[in-house]
Design a binder for this molecule. Structure first.
Ligand code: CO8
Length: 253
């Protein structure tokens, strides 16, 4: 696969790495990039050899948000049409395999919103997260207001959405936005190692776990517990469960 705005790498068995690649625009997300991201994710969804996907940018920027040059002058209807044609947003929200996002430098606006749609976020020391859309007279439109409020709570979410407040990597760790802050020199290797571990695990169990955690964020405890039970039971009919439990008891791999 070759793209204009993405670089695709296969850094380990079962792992695909998607690198946002518009260096002159700090990886601003234009419609070409978002459509190519959709194509890449649809491909990896269908590729049985791929068990985990990494999304990352450059050392300087994960992504500086939606491409302002593309949005300037659009009316609401035109913006809606552009969003609906950008298959990347839909593809990341429905992707069933684990995604790990490694953020170095800036993750702003739509760039932060893309990172928030990945399953596990890792930040390099010095990474910056913000939703600065208010400075352009708009608000986040790819889930930022909803996801940030659910993770960090009302007061800080309000500061970020209404006042464009920046959060540094260490604070993002404290607040649960990211699960690790890593030395910039190590982040790539550590991300690949994590994705390699995920890709090596029982794929149906990994996907079931992902679906359940996502459900937890979006529903009541009562409904979530029903969903978990419905997702848990069928795993006992998988070969992985039978083989892996027997292997544990036999002390074999
Ligand atoms: N869009 C387009 N171009 C950009 C963007 C962007 N978001 N960010 C940076 N660039 C371009 C600049 O125009 C500049 O281009 P050129 O060299 O041709 O003049 C180049 O990148 C370098 O930028 P700067 O000269 O400004 O570099 P600095 O180091 O001084 O600053 C910053 C870097 C801090 C990243 C600064 O460029 C900046 O503030 N960028 C805008 C950040 C922003 O406001 N992001 C939010 C965008 S709106 C959004 O994301 C809405 C999402 C809605 C998604 C809805 C989908 C469903």
């Amino acid at each position: 696969m070759s793209f204009e705005t993405l670089l695709i790498e296969m850094p380990a068995k079962g792992v695909a790495l998607i690198r946002l690649n518009r260096p002159r625009q700090y990886n601003a997300l234009n419609s070409t990039l978002l459509t190519e991201l959709g194509t890449a994710l649809e491909h990896f969804e269908d590729d049985d050899a791929i068990g985990a996907v990494i999304i990352t940018g450059s050392e300087k920027a994960f992504a500086a948000g939606a491409d302002i040059a593309e949005m300037v002058g659009l009316n609401g209807q035109e913006m809606l049409e552009m969003v609906e044609a950008s298959t990347g947003w839909r593809a990341i929200s429905t992707f069933s395999k684990p995604t790990v996002c490694a953020v170095s430098g800036m993750a702003l606006g739509g760039g932060f919103e893309l990172a928030l749609q990945c399953d596990i976020l890792l930040a390099a020391k010095g990474a910056k997260f913000a939703l600065p859309e208010v400075n352009l007279g708009v608000i986040p439109g790819a889930g930022g207001t909803q996801r940030v409020a659910r993770i960090v709570g009302k007061s800080l979410a309000m500061e970020m959405v209404m006042n464009g407040r920046t959060m540094l990597a260490e604070e993002a760790l404290q607040r649960g936005i990211v699960s690790r802050v890593i030395d910039p020199a190590e982040i790539e290797a550590e991300t690949i190692q994590l994705a390699r571990e995920l890709a090596g695990r029982a794929p149906l169990a990994v996907r079931a776990g992902k679906a359940c955690v996502n459900k937890a964020i979006n529903t009541t405890l009562e409904e979530g517990l029903v969903f978990e039970r419905e997702t848990f039971i069928p795993l006992f009919d998988t070969e992985d469960a039978k083989n892996m439990m027997s292997a544990f008891l036999n002390k074999s791999k």
